[in-house]
Design a protein around this ligand. Structure first.
Ligand code: FAD
Length: 292
């Protein structure tokens, strides 16, 4: 099913879309562990599962397509295959689009990918909107296109306003649903939503939520996402930084609190960054399932 239809159906029921993100395991020898995770995650009955492409050090190869296809075929769960373009040639992208179509994937997230300083990149595509256009052309209407958005602004944009103006290029290129970067401060997401809606962007937007369950995740996550940390969150993390069990519980509770508040405010969806830890995602789901 095409993902915008899921949002339309859920909206008609007055419910938010509940989705999950997983990534292909880094080591090839460990590839099947993703299906052990999905075996557990399926209990949450997600509306869709997204599979990253080359994010966080995992390899950008055909494994995203393969995993997305297997989740769809074997578990009957709709999938969203991520695809980045900054380091791809037109030929690479053409090949990947064909693979996705052959695998009967219906939904693709068009992303630029991060520019790593000093790394030699192809730059045949400069921005996600250019990839979206290519997917439209080569996909010949068989692929639905989603995109990313940044409640606190993308780190390269001079301001949130500039980033929102740039977001319109994606929408113009056919992106029909947006999934947000993770954030810890709901007020940032809500004011972003207000601004994009005022600016005439009416596509559904899911809120990206990442439960922090280990002290080691905090610095890395903030560094990679640029998410600001509200006082309540930093206090919690500081209080339990040397108590792993308590921090685990506090991190899950914080994510549940974020989701419950956002759902009460009428968000289109919540998208949980599972970090391939299905137990954490199940716990968050348990804490919000009465609202889904
Ligand atoms: P773009 O939309 O191209 O934006 C990048 C910057 O350029 C922004 O500052 C924007 O304001 C500006 N911009 C955009 N369009 C234009 C334009 N036409 N002209 C001028 N400026 C423009 N990375 C991975 O490697 N693999 C993944 O699977 C992955 N999944 C992600 C999923 C989500 C939900 C999110 C939020 C991010 C994900 N990322 C992933 C990270 C993402 O690739 C990076 O954040 C990257 O730096 C930007 O990607 P983008 O698609 O948002 O880029």
């Amino acid at each position: 099913m095409r993902i915008p239809e899921i949002y339309r159906n859920k909206k008609a029921e007055g419910k938010p879309v509940f989705s999950l993100e997983v990534f292909p395991p880094k080591r090839k020898s460990n590839r099947d562990s993703i299906y052990d995770a999905v075996e557990i995650l399926k209990a949450t009955e997600p509306d869709f599962i997204s599979v990253t492409y080359g994010a966080g050090g995992s390899v950008a190869d055909f494994s995203t397509c393969e995993i997305a296809s297997n989740i769809k075929q074997q578990y009957g769960i709709e999938t969203l295959a991520h695809l980045t373009c900054i380091n791809s040639s037109r030929e690479d992208v053409k090949e990947m689009i064909q693979k996705l179509k052959d695998a009967k994937i219906e939904n693709v997230m068009a992303l630029r990918g991060d520019i790593v300083p000093g790394e030699d990149i192809k730059r045949e595509f400069a921005h996600a909107n250019e990839l979206a256009i290519e997917i439209q052309r080569k996909g010949k209407g068989e692929l639905e296109i989603l995109g990313a958005c940044y409640p606190e602004g993308h780190y390269e944009a001079a301001s949130i306003d500039e980033d929102i103006q740039n977001l319109k290029y994606k929408i113009g290129a056919g992106v029909s649903v947006l999934i947000s970067q993770l954030f810890f401060d709901n007020s940032k997401f809500c004011s972003f939503l207000e601004r994009v809606r005022e600016d005439g962007i009416n596509t559904p937007i899911s809120a990206g939520i990442m439960p922090i369950v280990k002290a080691s995740q905090i610095e890395k996550t903030v560094q990679l996402s640029g998410a600001s940390m509200p006082h309540e969150f930093t206090e919690l993390m500081a209080r339990y930084q040397h108590q792993p069990k308590e921090l685990y519980e506090a991190g899950i509770d914080y994510a549940i609190g974020q989701c419950r508040d956002l759902i009460a405010r009428g968000v289109d969806g919540v998208h949980i960054y599972t970090m391939n830890d299905p137990k954490v995602a199940v716990r968050v789901h348990d804490g919000i399932k009465d609202l889904l």
